[in-house]
Design a protein around this ligand. Structure first.
Ligand code: F6R
Length: 241
């Protein structure tokens, strides 16, 4: 694992954006695995700026997002598809049909998860997977569990995760209790993984990820087994390393 310690959120975002930009320049038709949440917003802003300056071209890029809340879709302000449209897709020249997010409105979990696995497979693999990390070490919405899940599956969100994400909703009650998420296996099959972390609340999870035992109780710890992981964190997130 290569680790970049950056001063703050802005510097972390700059570094992460430059790694993603390099991937797009080196392979214009690459497959990017994308994340939502607070961590990647700064990097997405920088990528959009670089596109606007004519330095990046996303016309051949395809994307596959990690996860979506069950029950939310494009019409919902808090859905991850809305997040992606607002924070990145509407600001770059990516073709809508080249972007993929699990369909949270599909009530048939088994069908939706099987469909999403086919989408990932059909893309021929992910070149670069961007990940944030939960305070409990989750990646995507793979919460601490007794085993690592391979493919896309439905998860029940932990209370801690719902509380952490409540800031995006009017109240905790409105945070969905379930989500569809790419599995740890799909994440691990990406050629390169870019893990970003910012803030004190992530420090313990980052420490456990980098130097703790590999265990599904800390899902991100599995990244120790991946040959090409870059961790970009700010000083607070890396303070326990
Ligand atoms: C989001 C995702 C989650 C977040 C994690 C950190 O698509 O898969 O694993 O990356 O919960 O969230 P933030 O960045 O909001 O702290």
């Amino acid at each position: 694992m290569r680790i970049y310690k950056e001063k703050d959120y802005d510097a972390m975002s700059r570094r992460a954006a430059s790694i993603i930009a390099a991937q797009v320049i080196l392979k214009p038709d690459c497959v990017l695995g994308l994340a939502t949440g607070s961590s990647p917003i700064g990097a997405y802003k920088r990528l959009a700026k670089q596109y606007q300056k004519g330095k990046l071209d996303f016309s051949a890029v395809r994307t596959v997002n990690l996860d979506e809340y069950k029950g939310l879709g494009a019409g919902d302000e808090q859905s991850y598809i809305t997040f992606m449209n607002e924070n990145l897709f509407s600001k770059i020249n990516i073709a809508k049909e080249n972007t993929n997010v699990p369909n949270g409105l599909n009530k048939d979990a088994a069908a939706e998860c099987a469909r999403y696995d086919k989408v990932i497979e059909g893309m021929g693999g992910i070149d670069l997977q961007l990940l944030g990390i939960g305070n409990n070490g989750h990646i995507g919405f793979n919460e601490p569990a007794d085993s690592f899940a391979d493919g896309t599956h439905m998860v029940t969100l932990t209370e801690g995760t719902r509380e952490a994400n409540a800031r995006f909703f009017a109240s905790l009650d409105e945070v969905p209790t379930a989500a569809y998420t790419m599995g740890v296996g799909s994440i691990m099959r990406a050629k390169m993984i870019l893990l970003i972390a910012s803030g004190k609340a992530k420090a313990q999870a980052v420490k456990d990820t980098v130097s703790g035992p590999v265990t599904p109780q800390v899902p991100a710890s599995v990244l120790q087994l991946h040959p090409n992981v870059v961790l970009v964190g700010d000083e607070e997130a890396l303070s326990l390393l």
